[in-house]
Design a protein around this ligand. Structure first.
Ligand SMILES: C[S@@+](CC[C@H](N)C(=O)[O-])C[C@H]1O[C@@H](n2cnc3c(N)ncnc32)[C@H](O)[C@@H]1O
Length: 328
């Protein structure tokens, strides 16, 4: 079975790692920044894909129509290829079609042929079948959106979302980058997106979660309960900078307050890194998010005896962000 996996920009490596981690076998290829093709070796593994935390959507490719220059010939190709849709579309099916990077004229040809062959109605809203039509690798591809029918697991737990909530896929990517550790700390946990994604990814780990805002924490606990990770969390309402933490942690993984002016942001990162280094175990590391525009300045402030790495660059809320890894 051939599938399209949609992820955030820059996610190719973390998605490949998660496929390996979850035991999915098949050939995985990057098509563009956000689109990837997976030729699944064994179709029975499809349910495993619903457990992937780093992807945003899955589509099953139903038809691939080769690109031909003449519209007349293209119409003929459409007719030939679309017949393969017979198992999915019947007269009573309402088909909704979404489109990505497809020239209007070609799209109309495909849609008209679908209507003509199957005598079905096409709607703009979600129908019985949610098709996605796009141009990929010199072919027009008609795929079935299977993400919408059975939501990916991570959306089930979002009872509370703070204004500054992190995209769950980014939290999952950070969890893969951090690797499996027995004790992690999120000192600015907000709606608990990072601890939840981390504990879902690594089933034997424990997380300590700190936030200064009591109201946020009260609402966020519901997320933790719904996600089934609450019993592996210790939640503290306190200012991280004055908290007396006696334990040592293998990883500090977090998303510090965003939207500050550069100067305050640098001060905060400096204080946060200093304090985190003191509570890290011997080979411990920090995995944190940094706005790309602030990265250079923050890197200059990091003491030379620590090593730094940027394993991922992506987008959060319309801004470019980097994952910064700091190792003792
Ligand atoms: C960017 S948000 C974290 C968002 C979180 N990752 C999520 O997905 O909801 C930063 C959080 O840090 C908290 N915070 C700010 N200053 C703090 C401090 N000194 N100690 C602990 N938490 C703090 C805020 O209340 C806020 O919830």
């Amino acid at each position: 079975m051939r599938l399209i996996l949609e992820a955030l920009p820059g996610f190719y490596k973390v998605v490949s790692e998660e496929l390996k981690l979850k035991g999915v076998e098949g050939e995985f290829k990057r098509v563009n920044e956000t689109t990837h093709l997976l030729d699944l070796k064994n179709d029975e593994q499809l349910p495993l894909l619903r457990k992937l935390q780093t992807i945003n959507n899955i589509e099953k490719i139903l038809v691939e129509i080769p690109y031909v220059k003449s519209i007349k010939e293209f119409r003929r190709e459409c007719r030939r290829s679309l017949i393969e849709l017979r198992d999915y579309i019947t007269k009573s099916t309402v088909v909704s079609a979404r489109v990505k990077d497809v020239k209007r004229r070609r799209l109309l040809v495909i849609l008209r042929e679908i209507q003509r062959i199957f005598k079905c109605s096409l709607s703009r809203s979600v129908g019985d079948l949610d098709l996605v039509i796009r141009f990929l690798d010199d072919k027009y591809v008609v795929s079935l959106n299977i993400g919408t029918f059975q939501p990916l697991y991570r959306r089930w737990y979002t009872y509370h979302k703070s204004r500054a909530s992190l995209h769950p896929s980014i939290a999952a990517a950070m969890s893969i980058i951090a690797g499996e550790q027995s004790r992690i700390l999120d000192p600015f946990c907000g709606s608990l997106t990072i601890p939840i994604e981390y504990l879902r990814m690594w089933r034997r780990s424990y997380a300590t979660c700190i936030d200064i805002d009591k109201k946020t924490i009260i609402n966020s606990i519901k997320n933790a309960i719904l996600s089934g990770t609450y019993d592996r969390m210790f939640i503290i309402v306190e200012d991280f900078f004055s908290a007396h933490l006696r334990e040592q942690y293998d990883t500090v993984i977090t998303d510090p307050p965003r939207g500050l002016r550069l100067e305050s942001s640098i001060k905060l990162y400096k204080k946060f890194i200093e304090k985190s280094i003191n509570i890290l175990s011997e080979n411990g590391k920090i995995v944190t998010i940094v706005f790309k525009r602030d990265l250079k300045t923050i890197l200059k402030e990091i003491p030379k005896y620590l090593s730094t790495n940027i394993p991922l660059e992506t987008v959060q809320g319309g801004y470019k962000v980097c994952i910064l890894e700091i190792t003792k």
